[in-house]
Each structure stands twice: as structure tokens, then as C-alpha cells.
Ligand binder design. Sequence first.
Ligand SMILES: Cc1cc2nc3c(=O)[nH]c(=O)nc-3n(C[C@H](O)[C@H](O)[C@H](O)COP(=O)(O)O)c2cc1C
Length: 257
Amino acid sequence: MSECIDTILQRKSIRSYLPNPIPDTEKQRIIEAMLRAPTAGNQMLYSVIEVESAALKAKLAETCDHQPFIADAPWVLIFLADSQRIYDFFYYSGVDSLINSKLAPSAKPQEADLLLAGCDALIAAHTAVLAAESLGIGTCYIGDIMENYEIHRDLLKLPKYAVPITMLCLGYPSEQQKKRPLTPRLSRDLIISKDSYRHLQPEEAKTLYDANLPPSPHFLEGAENHGQHIYLRKFSSSFMQEMRRSVRAMLENWRDN
Ligand SMILES: Cc1cc2nc3c(=O)[nH]c(=O)nc-3n(C[C@H](O)[C@H](O)[C@H](O)COP(=O)(O)O)c2cc1C
């Protein structure tokens, strides 16, 4: 028996909210829990932007692949991978003098720093998700915050070494959302292997995501099976192409030392 595991098992993404605001006391509890998330080297390589402006929410609802429910979410949090704060800290600590006297090599944030900071940001976000869930507050991740990097950088006044990793919409679930069943998952033997990577077998591929199919599936034009449908719908979709372009621009900006 574990209330924590029960909370994890009952969680689902919530995309429609009651208009009730989330009380400040509940927000503070969620933030308190979030700040206790594990973090690489206890450095807290992430920042969170609370989106208060209705106009900004409406704009993000457009720039994050046209998802109108973002504008209606009572609380919106943007999680940034943030190497800027620690880099500024080094600057103000006079790290330059260490470098100039050859006591330390010159180092700037690179891809590894971005991945590590991204891990911190996501772990903090999911800690907030579970804390919210335990208080009856629904959440939905918005990965599309990684699209339109240049627009988001300007809107949020992001410095060079702080980039959006994910966004969370939070609010009390509507009745219809509460009733919605949990989504299926792949079986554990597809996910977990022992000692080395297990490749998907050709016969397993035929039914991989079948549990996600509606009773009478209607594939996109040209698709003959579920794999081709998902390739068209998600993997090669215009939003994924935009995310790939945007993340490349984000990386180029970050690496431009
Ligand atoms: C990294 C990440 C990005 C996501 N981005 C979106 C998004 O942009 N819009 C959305 O409606 N849901 C988004 N989701 C939610 C997933 O669609 C959802 O978790 C998945 O369909 C499983 O459903 P469940 O969370 O209800 O179990 C995202 C989830 C993750 C983890």
C-alpha cells in the first residue's frame, strides 16, 4: 500500500480545466515539493517562468503548435534548462582570474551541460506534476515549447544559456477529463531488458502500438498500417519538423562560443 504509487498510477494528462484558480497555498506546496527534486551536483540547473499574463498564455497557445487549452490553463509553468545562472555566478566569483593564472582551463557550457540541465528541468517538472496530482490538480506537459525557439527566446527574454525544455499547464480537471480512462502503455518486457539493449523483433513490430488504436482505426491518407500512420501523424509531421529546426537553432546558439 502506498499513496504515492496510487497517485502515480492514477495520473493522466488533463487538457480541460475548471475555471477555478489554484489557491496560492497549493501553488506554494507544489513549488516546495518541486524545489526538493534531485538535481545534478545539487546545482539546480533549471529555472521556472510562471506565465501570469493572459496575453502571453494566448500567444503560447499559438506558438506551441496551436493548442488552445494552454490559454485556459489556470497556471502555466515553463521549465528552462539553465546554465546561465551558474555561468554568471562563476563570472561574479572572478573565475577569469583562475583561468588567467592557468589554475583552471577555460570552460563554457556545451552540449553536456545542456543535457544535464535538461535532466534537472524535467525532474523538477515531474516532481511538480506528482505534487499537483496528489492535491487533485491536473497537469499536462507541453513539449511544443521547444518549437519556435527564436520567438520564445524573445518573448521570455531568455539569455544564451537558458532554453525551454518543457511547459506545464495546471488546473482542476473538468468532469469529462476526470472520467477519461487511462491511456495504454507498452508491455514491460518491451521496455525493460537485462544487461544489454533488446531490439524490437519484426513480429513484435506488427502490433507494437495496437493498444493505442481506436476500435475502427482510420489511417491517414497513404498509410497502410499503424506504423505508417504514426510516422505521418507524428514523426514526420510539420510540428516535429519545426521542433527539429528549433532545437538545432537552440543548440547552435548555445554552442556558439
Ligand atoms: C515530453 C512531453 C511532451 C508532451 N507534450 C504534449 C503537448 O504538447 N500537448 C499535449 O496535449 N500533451 C503533451 N504531452 C502529454 C502526452 O501526450 C501524454 O503524456 C501521453 O499521451 C500519455 O497520456 P497520459 O499522460 O494521460 O498518460 C507531453 C508529454 C511529455 C512527457
